[in-house]
Design a protein around this ligand. Sequence first.
Ligand code: HEC
Ligand code: HEC
Length: 112
Amino acid sequence: MRILLLSLLCLIPICAAPPQGGGGPKNLKLLKPEDLRAGIMHVYTVSLGVQCNFCHVQDRASDENPHKNIARHMIEITRDINSKFSDGKEHVTCFTCHRGAQEPLTVAPPAQ
Ligand code: HEC
Ligand code: HEC
């Protein structure tokens, strides 16, 4: 009985310890850590023709730069469009609309 009590007491600090003090992403609402490792942020910069600081302040986990939440909304729009294709493939990406520009064109550029 005494031994059981002692071993129960020993378990408490282990349970109270935080899960992991790792340096992984802290503020992902839509993406998975795998997406970051696969280079999705570089896909965004190339697709919009911008640098990281277009959407981020120095602390990448911060939501202070308003473009970051616009980008989240865009991720949802893109997922929504893709969900309407019946084959489950990713047909539409950021690049499909943006083509290297911050704001996609809505009309064809004038002929030369
Ligand atoms: C078009 C906007 C955009 C650009 C450009 C962009 N990011 Fe992001 N980034 C986001 C969004 C949106 C999230 C949050 C996604 C979510 O909530 O799932 C994010 C999340 C991150 C995170 C995770 C932060 C955390 O701890 O939660 C890192 C790291 C990051 N970006 C790095 C970069 C780097 C490095 C670049 C440049 C190569 C870059 N980003 C360019 C929009 C952008
Ligand atoms: C279906 C077309 C479409 C797709 C796909 C799309 N966007 Fe957009 N995006 C737009 C349009 C249109 C605007 C301009 C909206 C406006 O003016 O309010 C825009 C604007 C933005 C802006 C704001 C730019 C600025 O100048 O303030 C960001 C950031 C952005 N998109 C990121 C993304 C990211 C990241 C993806 C991929 C996850 C993406 N977009 C996919 C159509 C698209």
